[in-house]
Design a protein around this ligand. Structure first.
Ligand code: SAH
Length: 459
């Protein structure tokens, strides 16, 4: 499109109809087919907008006035919703959120996956009874304001930290601990990290809560390896919160916005806290990946297990296995499970977790799934069922090609990004597989994040 053909101009006011929502929660209007993204609008709404910025193929607009409201629109319950940016859908009823997520999955399966939608059943999103207080992990940045410590969240599109006492999607217990740590550190004159000057000590505090075990862990992420007033601070914290079983210090001396550094030391109590999902217990260390919504994790893993349709005779591969969570779920129903994961510490945890639960038919290997699994195939190993749970970027194509060559009867794809799920399903379909069912599971209520499990069978 040349400049002259672009149908909108900067600073212009227009009336638009919102047709869709982007993956980050902005409304999408089309002006003569030209997409305009408008924050804080919803599909089905009519709005007056002001054009803020015009790019080659799209534009950004700002909501001026809503002329027709979506029936799903509600008042966001959180008082800091507009500043924070951690949630994107609090202004949508929960029912509406679940519908939007299902639609998001259906749309990409059609548009990106080019699937024949008559052959795929996309179920209604499985949501939570009470979609609040669900996060088992808080990761809170610290800063100093006029001499006092503050801790909260980065204001949207900025590095300014806004002080916060309560996050409505967080386990209340985690917020209480963060508040207390903030108070205690203030009392002892602890300094916070200052990004611009690369000075100061406390960068982040992470708190983890085992929803089933009620055990808690605190991780102090600091710029240097010392710990001023260590004994007194630990005494105060453990005196107030008997649920705390572990206090850890992670040192990150770098000028970076990556949260964790490479050095991790237990400074009080245990190296792990324990938690369980269903009948299986997990030891979780400070650096382990562990799903943040324990209630929905159970729903997700049960669905993955159902789609695997195990009789006890199968050999199963669990690719991207993390600390072995899905592998151990599968092992209860399979002959043998092989987990693969790139992070060596996670594999150590996975082995320990197998032992902890007396599970002997699970084995784990460190490496890239796209390296290890083709190697297994070359050595003559086959799996009856393959489960994959990749990060947002999806599976490497060489892994998908190996799956196609290996011909497992079923593939179960657990995805945290519908777009890459759709792309990968397209490759599997071209290789002789058929997607039969997709179940969206709401792991992250009030955010745009969308998790789904797909059942894929060999034709
Ligand atoms: N199934 C686990 C973890 C899922 S998160 C659970 O439910 O808890 C995705 C995992 O993939 C992470 O643990 C990440 O470290 C791992 N990973 C990322 N790239 C990988 C690759 N190329 N090969 C194997 N594992 C990888």
């Amino acid at each position: 499109m040349t400049r002259a053909e672009v149908p909108v101009q900067k600073n212009e006011y227009r009336e638009v109809f919102i047709e869709d929502l982007t993956h980050d929660g902005a409304g999408v209007a089309k002006i003569d087919g030209f997409p305009v993204f408008v924050q804080n609008t919803l599909p089905g709404e009519k709005a007056e907008i002001k054009i803020l910025k015009v790019k080659k193929g799209y534009a950004f607009g700002k909501l001026v006035k809503l002329q027709e409201e979506s029936k799903d629109r509600i008042q966001a319950p959180c008082p800091i919703y507009s500043q924070c940016g951690g949630c994107q859908l609090q202004h949508v009823s929960y029912e509406g959120q679940l519908r939007l997520k299902r639609k998001q999955v259906t749309d990409v399966l059609q548009r990106i996956g080019k699937l024949d939608m008559d052959k795929v059943k996309v179920h209604r999103t499985l949501g939570m009874q009470d979609p609040w207080n669900y996060r088992n992990k808080a990761q809170v940045p610290f800063a100093e304001r006029e001499g006092g410590l503050v801790a909260g969240f980065y204001q949207q599109r900025s590095h300014e930290i806004i002080d916060m006492d309560r996050c409505l999607i967080q386990q209340a217990e985690n917020d209480h601990v963060v508040q207390s740590v903030k108070g205690i550190c203030r009392q002892y004159g602890i300094s916070a990290y200052q990004e611009e000057k690369h000075k100061g000590w406390l960068r982040h505090v992470m708190v983890r809560y085992g929803a089933a075990s009620k055990e808690m862990m605190i991780v102090f992420i600091t710029r240097t390896g010392d710990f001023p007033h260590k004994a007194a601070i630990i005494d105060e914290i453990t005196g107030r919160f008997p649920k705390i079983k572990s206090i850890v210090q992670n040192v990150n001396p770098k000028r970076t916005n990556v949260i964790f550094g490479n050095e991790t030391n237990v400074i009080w109590g245990e190296e792990y806290i324990y938690d369980s999902i269903g009948d299986i217990q997990f030891a979780i260390s400070a650096r382990s990946f562990y799903q943040v919504n324990p209630e929905q994790t159970k729903v997700l893993y049960d669905k993955a297990l159902e789609y695997a349709q195990l009789s006890g005779e199968e050999s199963v591969i669990d690719a991207y296995c993390g600390i072995g969570t899905i592998s151990l779920f599968l092992a209860q129903k399979a002959k043998k499970v092989f987990g693969v994961e790139i992070v060596p510490e996670a594999i150590e945890d996975a082995k320990r977790n197998a032992e902890l639960n007396g599970i002997r038919n699970a084995a784990f290997a460190v490496g890239e799934a796209e390296q290890v699994i083709p190697q297994w195939y070359k050595e003559g190993n086959r799996a009856d069922v393959i489960v994959v749970d990749p990060p947002r970027k999806g599976c490497d194509e060489s892994l998908l090609n190996t799956i196609i060559d290996m011909k497992p009867k079923r593939v179960v794809y657990v995805s945290c990004n519908p777009a890459t799920l759709a792309r990968d399903l397209n490759i599997l379909e071209q290789g002789g597989y058929q997607t039969v069912e997709v179940q969206p599971v709401d792991m992250f209520p009030h955010t745009m994040h969308c998790e789904a499990v797909a059942k894929i069978v060999l034709k």
